[in-house]
Design a protein around this ligand. Sequence first.
Ligand code: GLC
Length: 782
Amino acid sequence: MFAAVLLLGCITSPKAQDNRLSEQIGNVKSTKAIVGGYEIVTTNAWVRITAYSPTTIRIRISQQLFGEDHSFAIDSLMPSSGLNEAKVKGDSNVLIYGTDSLTLFIKKAPFSISVYNKKGEELCADDTALRVSWFGNKVSCYKKLHPDERFIGLGEKTGNIDRRGAFYQHWNTDAPAYGSNTDPLYSTIPFFIGIHDQNVYGIFFDNTNKSYFNFGGGADEELFHFGADDGEMNYYFFGGSSVTQILKDYTALTGHTPMPPLWSLGFQQSRWGYDNQQQFLDIAKTFREKKLPADVIVSDIAYMDNYKVFTWSNRFPDVKGMLTQMKQMGFDMVTIIDPGIKVEPGYKAYEDGIANNYFAKYPGGRTYIGHVWPGSCHFPDFTKPAVRTWWGNNFKQPYVNNGVRGFWNDMNEPAAWGKEFPNLIEFGEGKYKKTLYTVKNVYGLLMAKSTYEGTKAAMNNQRPFVLTRAAYSGVQKYSAQWTGDNVSSDEHMLLGIRLLNSMTVSGVPFVGTDVGGFIGNPTPELFIRWMSLGVYAPLFRNHTCINYNYREPWLFGEENTIKLRKILEQRYQLLPYLYSAFYQAHVSGMPVNRMLPINYTFNEKVYDEKYQNEFLFGDNMLVCPVESNKSVADVYLPGNSQWYRFSNNQVYDSGSHFVVSPLDDLPVFVKAGAIIPMQSIVQNTKEKGDGILYLHIWKGNEKCSFVYYEDDGETYAYENSSFYKRNIIYDALSNSLLLDKKEGNYTSKFTKVKIVLHGFGKGVEEKEYAYKDESMIIRLLE
Ligand code: GLC
């Protein structure tokens, strides 16, 4: 029996490949049903096609027999749906598989896949000549390029938001002072969305080796392709009928962000160079004295003893006392952590790592050494579960027990001075052994995961805030991400907006840039403009490199401090709206910051280089970034609705407009009919404020709704129904506002609700009510 199976294996197994020439997938030789779909053997490969939902189909192609199925991004790889096969009479050259939403036509000779929606429209098809090919171990998938096709996504990538015509690589890289076309940067999100002929589709190429995406770059205008230096052609095809549905399906697979700690959405003041306990207390005190709202002071590497992670330098003689005083002033501290463990006998983390075999090694067993801040370092092998647990446990004593609740993971591409880590360094053991080549793009993800899981366990049901520089798809389950070492320039400020909006349309909602630019000294104008954009970034953090000027807001002079105060106050007033937007990201993957193609997918104006930096902040606000040296902005207001300027209620029709934009008035617009919950000015997120929820409504013509969400902002009790959620519906026809009965067991921090009407009468009208849990109907003014 065993011999017979082996023999059968020989007959059907794809032939060995010739490394000198490219090799194609070949013809279908046999098919069989498997769990969730079908397995096909072709002349040169094995193929598995399975369904994860009616709109999500996985295609897995390999020249090796399929081994254990594994993903760093996806927790459960079991297909949760199935494919049906349709028989076509008289055509033996085609296989047809389908779900309720999608149909796959597979040509047998040679093998090629085309995916159609239920209307019979082609969403995506293999290029008929090249299909899936190998060159040595390098695998590529060639797809037909439609004449009007655009591409969005791919995570933290420079360039235009429409990726058509561009080429990108994924190879997580420390890229200080990157330029506006530098590629690759710090993270890998191999997920993009194609848009053509009034249709959309998405592809997630879950391969962690160095990978390539060519969106029709070069002379050939008939195909685009993606591939990797090694591994399987393993991708998920998303055929939902809108960008929103594709994001839903992609995040159903790779995970959603947990609700962030509310304090992490406050303003974060950071600098590489804050280096002693008194300095932290002085900065905290000054923010409060000057009435500049803020929640966090970030501690960069200088807090450590000789840059040894999990230690404090003696410049911090009473960490607990410092944190207690900071907390009394309403501040949290975030501490940085790097993966490099200093090679120093006697240092606990080093000794633990050596004793337990926790560090990455050269083949043959010598522990790899790279040079980073502490000098010679070893690097934890985060692919090993035991290392992840050890890493996570290390946070308790030095940080969590002293009151630190935020953990900033840096240098995790991983980075080492002046050289690439050799690709042959080994991670894992036994059948899980991998080289750096496969692990590099996920090293940051695994570090962030270890940090999140360890600190969550240590924090007794409190939510940790984790921030990372390097990442891979799925990072949203563990961490926020920032865009690394940017530069103090207008160009970088706008480039940063595009990076953020591309990261969020690629499934990572909690993102930010170093406001003001990490490298360089921003002019006061640039700093103010960047800060005013920071209000509309999920992560709002001002950070500077040690070689440049101090940049606390009060250092820009009295007049500018007034402007900066107003900016910070606005962020805090908007927190109920921002937190509700995060709830959407948490449940459905719809990000807080949305590039306009999410809502206006087929409107070519939104891809225009002039307007491509504009984005929606939550459901109802449109932000139009402007350079610091311009006081008039050319803005485009999409859709059919009217828009109100947020700052002065001036009404605009959709279309292009020139609007004034002095430094203290970024052009931000609110959609007619919008409902925006706000709160009184507070100095930090722990302050209660006046107990009033300000529900701002801008007059419109249609029914508009908003899902308001609140919870304790600190613990995971929301997972057990301890939240406060209600639908709010503004009905323009009956001129009324309905606050549905609240859902969940949490008691709102607001006891009153004030309805603030814009555009209803001459000025802004306000009326206050008790904020009841039962359903409330309020008639609005004529
Ligand atoms: C890296 C980080 C930067 C940090 C510096 C020192 O360059 O990207 O944010 O300040 O290291 O830790």
